[in-house]
Ligand binder design. Structure first.
Ligand SMILES: [Zn+2]
Length: 212
């Protein structure tokens, strides 16, 4: 099944690119209008095969698979229930983005590609304990017109038409967090003209609605 292969590829890339440490983070893909494929809990990414992935319905009941789904499945399922155009979700703990999550500061869309790929500034979702349905609902709300949100004192969630697109969004945010962090050490930074972010935010919305 293509969704399983896409989840496994993105999960291994997530680990290889250093966006998570050990078994943390998780990846999913929408299989059809009823089912979602999720990574399992507590399994090393380099040892993971497609047979370790778990199929659940949109309420979280396991439909297929031997392992337990990720304990953070509520984050993923809330996004699929809320946004029919979304086909891939990734939860990660990247270093620079998580620094902003601890400071509870949004990452500004100060670089053109941020608005194009993410939709605008990356907001911070208020702190809610990991693994809860409440966190899932709060995160999904922040992702209405964005491909990424920070989770206060925790990490990040990104989404897209596929797990590959959600991974790309995570990489764009982490790179931007690193750049903004460094630029602020150099002195005052400058915003893009608001019109630029508005226009590029429109491009993001168009691409998202086309499920590209
Ligand atoms: Zn986490």
């Amino acid at each position: 099944m293509a969704a399983r292969e896409a989840v496994l590829r993105a999960a291994q890339e997530l680990s290889a690119r250093g966006l998570v440490e050990g078994t943390s983070g998780n990846v999913s893909a929408r299989v059809d209008d009823r089912l979602v494929c999720l990574t399992p809990s507590s399994l090393a990414y380099d040892a993971m095969t497609v047979d370790d992935l778990v199929l659940v319905d949109l309420d979280g009941a396991v439909v297929e698979g031997e392992r337990s789904p990720t304990t953070e499945k509520a984050l993923h399922l809330a996004c699929y229930r809320a946004y029919p155009e979304i086909g891939g979700v990734i939860h990660s703990h990247p270093v620079y983005a998580t620094m902003f999550a601890l400071a509870r500061q949004p990452i500004p869309a100060a670089i053109e590609e941020v608005a194009v790929y993410i939709g605008g500034d990356i907001p911070v979702c208020d702190y809610v304990m990991t693994g809860t349905d409440e966190l899932g609902e709060a995160v999904a709300l922040r992702l209405k017109d964005r491909a990424a949100t920070l989770l206060a004192n925790h990490g990040m969630v990104t989404l897209g038409a596929t797990p590959e697109r959600a991974l790309h969004a995570a990489l764009v945010v982490e790179r931007t967090a690193h750049i903004v962090w460094g630029a602020r050490l150099l002195g005052a930074t400058h915003d893009l003209p608001p019109k630029v972010n508005e226009d590029f935010g429109g491009v993001y919305r168009f691409v998202r609605d086309q499920r590209m």
